[in-house]
Design a protein around this ligand. Sequence first.
Ligand code: SAH
Length: 253
Amino acid sequence: MISFIGAGPGDPELLTIKGKKLIDGADVIVYAGSLVNPAVLKDAKPTAEIYNSATMNLDEVIDVMSKAEKEGKKVVRVHTGDPAVYGAHREQMDRLDKLGITYEVIPGVSSVFASAAALKKEFTLPSVSQTVILTRMEGRTPMPPGEKLEDLAKHHATMAIFLSIGFLDKMTEQLIKGGYTLDTPVAVVYKASWPDQKIIIGTLKDIEKKVKDAGITKTALTLVGDFLGDEYELSKLYDPEFTTEFRQGKVKN
Ligand code: SAH
């Protein structure tokens, strides 16, 4: 069985114990070298064959994995963050299905959550936003109808925009067109959880310049919304007067 593993956002200690055990025991490792921190492979077996998928196409990846699997070797496929977000692992799984090769998926810490942790913010604040939209700008991959940034902006939800730091000018333009005000807070997190992590805080008005000045051109997530501000209502979960399944609320007097 082939194991797809979410390697986490960068810090090797953010790899799951399950993922680490599988990597450390693997005979063949195919990892997404453009973003996966090679440090997550540091305890791999000295005999392990290691392939960087950044220089391989889909056929080549499937070839390496299926041959090794047929030879009885343990194969792991290591993706950045969690593979379910822009991981392109679905097309690999479908090919393995056709070849009759079984697989499992071990989730990882997505950069979206590592970024929230770096910012020390909560995406879902009562009365501010209870919805998180994970999206991207249209690039070579077209956006399906209704999913243009401008359309999504209408919800005023918390937005995490992947793969788009190179188009920050268009991004802010579309968000404003969609109804966000110029003073909406924006955070750009570059290489969340890596030693050279950077956080840029601004508004839709000034973020582009700030990010440019910081020299950030890739590996960054843009987070938009009033969850970055300081106004919200306290949760019901810890409200002293609110009774939950586990706790009796105090009666107001
Ligand atoms: N599966 C990954 C996302 C892959 S798409 C995940 O769950 O995180 C690649 C995009 O993810 C990058 O363009 C960037 O927007 C974001 N990204 C990946 N690692 C990052 C990190 N450590 N810090 C900030 N953004 C990151």
